[in-house]
Design a protein around this ligand. Sequence first.
Ligand SMILES: C[S@@+](CC[C@H](N)C(=O)[O-])C[C@H]1O[C@@H](n2cnc3c(N)ncnc32)[C@H](O)[C@@H]1O
Length: 265
Amino acid sequence: MKSNHQYFEANKNLWNQRALVHKDSEFYNLAGFKAGESALTPIELGELGDVNGKTILHLQCHFGMDSLDWTRRGAKVTGVDISDTAIDEARKLKAELGMNAEFVCCNVLDTSAHVKDLFDIVFTSYGTIGWLPDLKPWAKMIAQRLKPGGIFYIAEFHPMVWMFDDDFTQIAYSYENREVIVTENQGTYTDREADIKGKEYSWNHSISEVLNALIGAGLKLTLFNEHMYSPYPCFRNVVEFEPGKWYIKGLEGKIPIVYSLKAIK
Ligand SMILES: C[S@@+](CC[C@H](N)C(=O)[O-])C[C@H]1O[C@@H](n2cnc3c(N)ncnc32)[C@H](O)[C@@H]1O
C-alpha cells in the first residue's frame, strides 16, 4: 500500500500527460473557446448565475479553460491544480487571450497554504473529488477560503456512475468510500489510444459523504440537483440524445450521471 503522497504523485504524473493531449483535443475544443464559444455547461451557468464582479476560486482547474470562461463573464478568478503542466498551459492560454487570472500549482488540499484571499465563490466541476481520499480536509479548506455569505458550487459526476466498470456492463465498485481504487490507465477520455499508461488511484464518494463533509465544515446547503445525463461525452458507450446531453447506452433514464450543489458559508 502506498501513502497518499505517492497516490497524488502518480495521479499528477498522469494528469501532466493528459493536459498536453487534452488542450489539442476535439473534446475540449480550445479553438472554439478562443473564438468565443462557451466552455462551461448550461448546468453550472444556470445554477450559479451571474458572476460579474465576483471573485472565484476554481479548484482543480485543469488547463484553465473553464477558469478563463468565468473571467470572460466578468469574474476575478484564481485557479488551482496539482498538475504543473496544466498550470503552465493555463498561464499560456491566459497570456494568449490577454486575460487576467491567477493560476497556482498545488494539491487542492493545500490550497490555504498557497492562496490567502477570501472568495465570493469557490467552484469545482466534473472529475474532481474522485482524486481525493478524504473530503473532510477538502471541505474545511473550502470553508476557510470563502467570505462569510460566500457560495460553494460543485457540479460532479454522480457516485452511481463510478460503481460501474469502464464499459458499464457490471457493478464493480462500492457506492461508498471504502478504499483506494487502483486502475490501470490506458489513454484518456479525449483519446482512448493516447500513449498515457500507468496506475491511477481514485476514491468513490457517496452523496452523504459529500454533504456531511460540507455540513461538518459549517456550510449550509441551498441547492441540490441530480441530472440524468452528462454534459460531456467522457464515458465509453455514450449516445447524444439531445445536443450537449449524453446518456450511457442501456442506462438511459435509469441512473443520475451528474449532481450539482450549492452551499453557503
Ligand atoms: C477532469 S479535470 C477537472 C476539471 C474540468 N472538469 C476539466 O475537464 O477541465 C481533473 C483535474 O484535477 C486535477 N487534480 C487531480 N488531483 C488533484 C489534487 N490532489 N489537487 C489538485 N488538483 C488535482 C488534475 O490535475 C486535473 O487537472
